[in-house]
Design a binder for this molecule. Sequence first.
Ligand SMILES: C[S@@+](CC[C@H](N)C(=O)[O-])C[C@H]1O[C@@H](n2cnc3c(N)ncnc32)[C@H](O)[C@@H]1O
Length: 225
Amino acid sequence: MLRRRRGEWYARAGSYSKKKMTRLVKSVYDDQDELLASMVGLHSGGVIECDVTCGRGMFYRYTLEPPRLMFDIAPRRRGVVAADVRWLPLSDAAVGSVMFDPPFLYGAFTARRRDSTMAKKYSTVPGQIKDLVEFYVEAMAEIYRVLHPGGILYFKCQDIVDGRHNAFVHVMIHDMARAVGFRPRDLFILLAKSRPIQYNLYKQVHARKYHCYFWVFEKRGRHGG
Ligand SMILES: C[S@@+](CC[C@H](N)C(=O)[O-])C[C@H]1O[C@@H](n2cnc3c(N)ncnc32)[C@H](O)[C@@H]1O
């Protein structure tokens, strides 16, 4: 099911060869399409059945086929159905794999920059970081409902600085997912291509983040696990 526009490499992601180590699925990538192909090839046979925050569908440009079910609260692409990820128009255990790439900005973070390109491109959750986290929990509970046992959730996320404190969002998501009933199956890191430098920084307190994550969670149940 994987596209071969960038060569046969993607179709065989996940296979291991001593001679061709480049085919080995790795935990760190600097190319999102390569990461997606490798991750989805390894964990759900190269197929994503449902994307619940599809946006412009950037994940399906080169290596992956568009999912058969595409949702977004504000559809921007043909074939995407308007739906809130917290109330999906799907029956229980309807799908085997779900992509979730939610907003990672929240109200307080973007209030000063209401028109920022980042806020427009990725959208925001109103309120504080606790509201963002609450949104993630509600969304994961709904995704859990629509996945069949053994089904896979891919969750793109990133850590942020909240005030002067690091918010390790990917750790929070891990804990929330386990509480909802998921089993963490894998974790991938995507390195940023552009790395802007903040020149007016008076005193640096935390490392500047140039990466994001893709969690792979499995709905427990297929083998009673
Ligand atoms: C980070 S963007 C996703 C980008 C997407 N992966 C792409 O390739 O364009 C987040 C998306 O979540 C959508 N969204 C925000 N709140 C939502 C909700 N409650 N239910 C469903 N989609 C939501 C936004 O409209 C936005 O398209």
